[in-house]
Design a protein around this ligand. Structure first.
Ligand code: FAS
Ligand code: PHB
Length: 395
């Protein structure tokens, strides 16, 4: 079966779904192909923090009703080291704030908006393959949920299929250059039914390893423990998790940590990764398909939204005014912001995690770095303006 659309989108994560919404608002038709089920993508627990600019983007796109009701506006975070917490006041330093609203909630809102508008999102597709990305009418061939072979002819293809998708490997050999850094640790992520220990996030530097106390609602806490890069979740029964969380939160002013049922736990690898360029011919990469950041800076999903803001505006200029200049600058425009987020995420990760191979001197310097950061308005402002989100790049 053959069909045609203006933009074929691979992947129904934040990048693909947000691009679909922004294109639809501009009257550009698109089709989203997603390998998983709707239930799977809506239940996948990942990011938790929305930058100021991303909240504005969702609001301008008419997607913020539930976010306004259920999102938690956070005016700062705590950085904890040497068993003491130090608040970084985003609003005092930058006039902005972030919003805690789970990625899965953003995905649910985007899917609901797409389906209400009749935009086709095909879930449970198989064997998506790209053809003719160097030509004027690239095609996507796949098997749909009913196992029927389909062919979708497009003007453009958006590879929003994440780090393990097919779009980045679909570039011709030798075109893409990658830049990466691995870290000697991973995060053990926990979702628990217990009130968060604080009304704001607590980032903990501790001799035993990093910990992060975040949340999803006033009743559901989201926490992370630095663990070995090859950690086996089977080694972490609930009792051990709570004991370790308490040990890393210890101190005179430590907030109480209330034990509750653990709803989900898993290991997230840590890596920094960028693929350049983010475009080849009629194929555009966006989000994790093009770049990965360690989640310490809470940038992953925010970068995905920033990419597709650029792509939607560029496609609109092309279709409405025949102006291809923004599209030609797509990769450079996105990469300027991507690299600043890569830098910030690497910096936050290096500052807060325990590098067990580091020398005693390096450990002292790390603690001095934290002491300077939390004692200097200039240093705290630098953290704050990156955390709430740098201004979007002008396309
Ligand atoms: P996504 O990976 O979200 O979406 C890609 C979609 O494409 C998926 O639904 C996938 O099923 C689909 N797909 C893949 N291959 C396909 C194919 N061949 N055909 C069709 N569909 C295909 N970021 C933070 O800011 N904070 C965090 O705490 C955080 N935690 C994370 C934990 C984990 C385990 C992971 C993997 C990531 C985490 N991230 C976090 C980063 C994450 O939020 C990403 O940045 C965000 O999901 C990026 O969105 P997308 O680019 O849309 O990619
Ligand atoms: C989360 O709530 O999942 C979260 C928050 C901040 C981070 C990473 C993850 O830096």
């Amino acid at each position: 079966m053959k069909a045609r659309t203006q933009v074929g989108i691979i992947g129904a994560g934040p990048a693909g779904l947000m691009l679909c919404h922004l294109l639809r608002l501009r009257g550009i038709d698109c089709v989203v192909l997603e390998a998983r089920s709707r239930r799977y993508v809506e239940e996948r627990v990942r990011a938790g923090v929305l930058e100021h600019g991303v909240v504005e983007t969702l609001r301008e796109a008419g997607l913020a009703d539930r976010l306004e009701r259920e999102g938690l506006r956070h005016a700062g975070i705590a950085i904890r080291f040497n068993e003491r917490s130090h608040r970084i006041d985003f609003t005092e330093l930058t006039g902005k704030a972030v919003t805690v609203y789970g990625q899965q909630e953003v995905v649910k809102d985007l899917i609901a908006a797409a389906l209400a508008a009749g935009t086709p999102i095909e879930f449970d597709v198989m064997d998506v393959a790209m053809h003719g990305i160097d030509g004027k009418s690239p095609t996507l061939r796949y098997r749909d949920a009913k196992d029927t072979v389909r062919e979708l002819t497009c003007d453009y293809i958006a590879g929003c299929d994440g780090f393990h998708g097919i779009s980045r490997p679909g570039f011709p050999a030798g075109v893409i250059r990658t830049f990466e850094r691995d870290y000697p640790f991973a995060w053990l992520g926990i979702l628990a039914q217990s009130p968060p220990p604080s009304h704001e996030l607590i980032y903990v530097h501790h001799d035993r390893g990093f910990a992060l106390f975040s949340m999803r609602t006033p009743q559901i806490t989201r926490m992370y423990l630095q663990c070995a890069p090859d950690e086996d979740i089977a080694n972490w029964p609930d009792e051990r998790i709570w004991t370790e969380l308490r040990r890393r939160l210890e101190g005179d002013d430590a907030p109480a940590l209330e034990v509750g049922p653990i709803l989900q736990k898993g290991i997230t690898p840590m890596r920094s990764f960028v693929a350049e360029p983010m475009r080849h011919g009629r194929l555009f990469l966006a989000g994790d398909a093009a770049h990965i950041v360690p989640p310490t800076g809470a940038k992953g999903m925010n970068l995905a939204i920033a990419d597709v803001r650029v792509l939607a505006k560029a496609l609109d200029a092309l279709y409405k005014q025949g102006d291809a200049a923004q599209l030609d600058r797509y990769s450079d425009t996105c990469l300027r912001r991507v690299w600043k987020a890569e830098r910030f995420s690497w910096w936050m990760t290096s500052l807060l995690h325990r590098f067990h191979a580091q020398s005693p001197f390096d450990y002292r310097v790390q603690v001095a770095d934290l002491d300077y950061l939390t004692g200097s308005r200039a240093a705290s402002t630098a953290l704050a303006e990156n955390y709430v989100g740098l201004p979007f790049e002008e396309t």
